[in-house]
Write a protein that binds this ligand. Structure first.
Ligand SMILES: Cc1cc2nc3c(=O)[nH]c(=O)nc-3n(C[C@H](O)[C@H](O)[C@H](O)COP(=O)(O)OP(=O)(O)OC[C@H]3O[C@@H](n4cnc5c(N)ncnc54)[C@H](O)[C@@H]3O)c2cc1C
Ligand SMILES: NC(=O)c1ccc[n+]([C@@H]2O[C@H](COP(=O)([O-])OP(=O)(O)OC[C@H]3O[C@@H](n4cnc5c(N)ncnc54)[C@H](OP(=O)(O)O)[C@@H]3O)[C@@H](O)[C@H]2O)c1
Length: 272
């Protein structure tokens, strides 16, 4: 039986935070859950950005953490995909939320995993580990992204099969999504890989690149990354991002930012 010590109502908004209501919660396994909250009419963001969210801390002040928004810029609700860190200051409470509970939402979303930080290209590869999938769930559900790139690829590397959150939706090429299902059916590819259990694909992302598994016929084009045609977004563990950034720089890819768009962009899915 869950101890709902975190049940919260009557939160007070601040200059930097609005108070939103939890609409739905889905637990994927003992490490992962996702949830949706109300979106204030004034809240604007670009698909792929992150925002601070939180609950009251033990001292009564807001306890906030950065979270990638997993829903697209056009969506009515805001969706998030969250880890459950054992004894984590925020997630030990956040994992107890149920529909109707209140939650703090920051007013200033930001981030580099946005198409504005990339030069135009043909193929967009989004490489993620763990909860690093979250910003890419936003981008692949945004119709504008399908106008900018002919092929959109999400690679998700996790330890266990049950860590493949949103697997059914992604495997169906977003079937039933009223905004993008037609475009995704033609342009979207999902490449899940599970590194610590039996699965049809079991290599780390770098191994899938090296042996060509990542470049299926559906994606089209070359069987390797090419800075002339490809744009890449990285989100996940610090080590994965460091290793891949070095690899991509060696191939001639240049890192982009909001101020200076480039060939690839990065964001750590967590610190530590
Ligand atoms: C830009 C940015 C975007 C982020 N987006 C997300 C997101 O969409 N979903 C999400 O779950 N978290 C995300 N995080 C991490 C998030 O901010 C918190 O760290 C996480 O919610 C845990 O909070 P906590 O207070 O329970 O534990 P913390 O004290 O914040 O973390 C404790 C330890 O848990 C581990 N950890 C924390 N977060 C993760 C994670 N996501 N995956 C694996 N290990 C982790 C790390 O080792 C960390 O040192 C993001 C972080 C950054 C910087
Ligand atoms: N299933 C679980 O047990 C589980 C699930 C979620 C979270 N957690 C906890 O949360 C923390 C983080 O776990 P996580 O699973 O989200 O993240 P993680 O340990 O970073 O693993 C996620 C995926 O990234 C791969 N990876 C790690 N480093 C890489 C690198 N340098 N290059 C390429 N790929 C790399 C992993 O492969 P490898 O397997 O080869 O390392 C795995 O497929 C851990 O403390 C863990 O205890 C555990």
């Amino acid at each position: 039986m869950t101890d709902r010590t975190a049940v919260v109502h009557g939160l007070e908004p601040t200059n930097a935070l609005s108070v939103e209501r939890v609409r739905s919660v889905r637990h994927w396994n003992e490490h992962l859950f996702s949830f949706t909250i109300t979106r204030p009419p004034s809240f604007r963001f670009r698909s792929g950005e992150f925002v601070m969210i939180g609950l009251p801390g033990d001292n009564g002040k807001p306890l906030l953490r950065a979270y990638s928004i997993a829903s697209p810029a056009y969506a009515e609700e805001l969706e998030f995909l969250s880890i459950k860190v054992p004894d984590g200051p925020l997630t030990s409470k956040l994992q107890q939320i149920v529909p109707g509970d209140e939650i703090f939402l920051g007013k200033k979303p930001t981030g580099t995993l946005v198409t504005d930080a990339l030069k135009p290209g043909e193929r967009l590869f989004m490489l993620s580990t763990g909860t690093g999938l979250a910003p890419f769930l936003s981008l692949i559900r945004d119709p504008d992204v399908y106008e900018m790139y002919s092929s959109i690829v999400v690679v998700h590397s996790v330890r266990r099969v049950s860590d493949l959150a949103f697997r059914t939706t992604l495997e169906s090429y977003l079937s039933g999504d009223p905004l993008v299902e037609d475009q995704a059916a033609a342009q979207f590819t999902y490449v899940p890989t599970v590194t610590r259990e039996e699965f049809h694909t079991t290599g780390r992302i770098d191994a899938l690149v090296e042996n060509g598994t990542l470049f299926s016929a559906r994606i089209g084009g070359a069987q390797a990354f090419d800075p002339a045609t490809d744009r890449i977004m990285l989100c996940g563990s610090t080590e994965m991002i460091r290793d891949f950034s070095e690899y991509l720089e060696g191939l001639g890819f240049e890192e982009g930012s909001n101020a200076k768009p480039g060939d690839y962009v990065i964001e750590r899915a967590f610190v530590g």
